[in-house]
Write a protein that binds this ligand. Structure first.
Ligand code: IPE
Length: 256
């Protein structure tokens, strides 16, 4: 089985609140279906989650009650996004259902506590793909918090032991600096702890690279001797399909 995260940057337009990239998602769903591979999917929130979550500091937990309507709004928005994603999977012939983490799990100081995963396992068992996504999740200490798609990838990886993990994003992989602003940025086809440390301590690191560094850290935690973990650019048509078929494509691979 291959575990895939469709990042918020490929399924939404991150610069505009609640802008779904329908055609791109439809294409990615077709690529997944055409690969014929057995997959599980998690997705990010993009502009359905981050815009309001940031405005109301939802990742800090409950600070004041003006945040409460925002908690409900983000939960509403990411559920709607997830339904849009599921619609495209159904259209591509992959039976799937959206499973909202905020409705079935809790967190403990930001750490995901998934005590009951029976429904998720049962869905997968009969061939309906359970799709989890970044959500606002109640937190035993902080009231609530943000559960990212990357945390859910770690949960799904522990549960289903995929042979391969793929993060689909809007960049080719890890660079030493932001390639959009720095022409001398070096591309890393493979990354290990040493490379990641040098990138994250570099003075040229900005927000964009910082986000990738966190993702690479999660990837390094998830990869193993027999589990490949890669970051690939899903905005390039056909690239995910080629990767799923085992072909060589530009991507960054996490290495122990
Ligand atoms: C964020 O999830 C969840 C919310 C803001 C509610 P992710 O962190 O996985 O989303 P992306 O992929 O970065 O957009």
């Amino acid at each position: 089985m291959i575990l895939i995260k469709l990042g918020g940057s490929v399924i939404t337009d991150k610069s505009e609140y609640r802008k779904f990239q329908r055609e791109q998602v439809a294409r990615l769903c077709r690529e997944i279906a055409d690969s014929g591979r057995n997959v599980m999917v998690v997705h990010g929130a993009g502009s359905y989650g981050h815009v309001i979550a940031k405005r109301y500091s939802l990742s800090r937990g409950l600070v004041d009650f003006s945040q409460i309507p925002a908690v409900a709004q983000v939960q509403y928005d990411v559920r709607e996004l997830s339904s849009l994603v599921v619609r495209e999977f159904l259209g591509a012939g992959i039976p799937s259902v959206s499973v909202p983490p905020g409705s079935c799990f809790v967190m403990e100081d930001g750490r995901l506590v998934a005590e009951d995963t029976e429904a998720i396992r049962a869905l997968a068992h009969i061939g309906v793909m359970p799709i989890l996504f970044g959500d606002v999740v109640m937190d035993r200490r902080k009231g609530f918090g943000i559960c990212s798609g990357d945390q859910l990838m770690e949960l799904m990886s522990d549960m289903f032991r995929p042979e391969r993990i793929v993060f689909v994003s809007d960049i080719d992989g890890l660079y030493s600096a932001d390639p959009k602003t720095d022409a001398g940025a070096e591309f890393y086809p493979e990354v290990d702890r040493g490379i990641l440390e040098s990138v994250s301590s570099g003075s040229t690191v900005d927000d964009v690279t910082g986000g990738v560094v966190n993702k690479m850290e999660a990837m390094l935690r998830m990869c193993s001797e027999d589990r490949d973990c890669v970051l690939v650019n899903g905005t390039v048509p056909g690239r995910l399909l080629s990767l799923l078929r085992g072909e060589d494509v530009p991507c960054t691979r996490a290495r122990l």
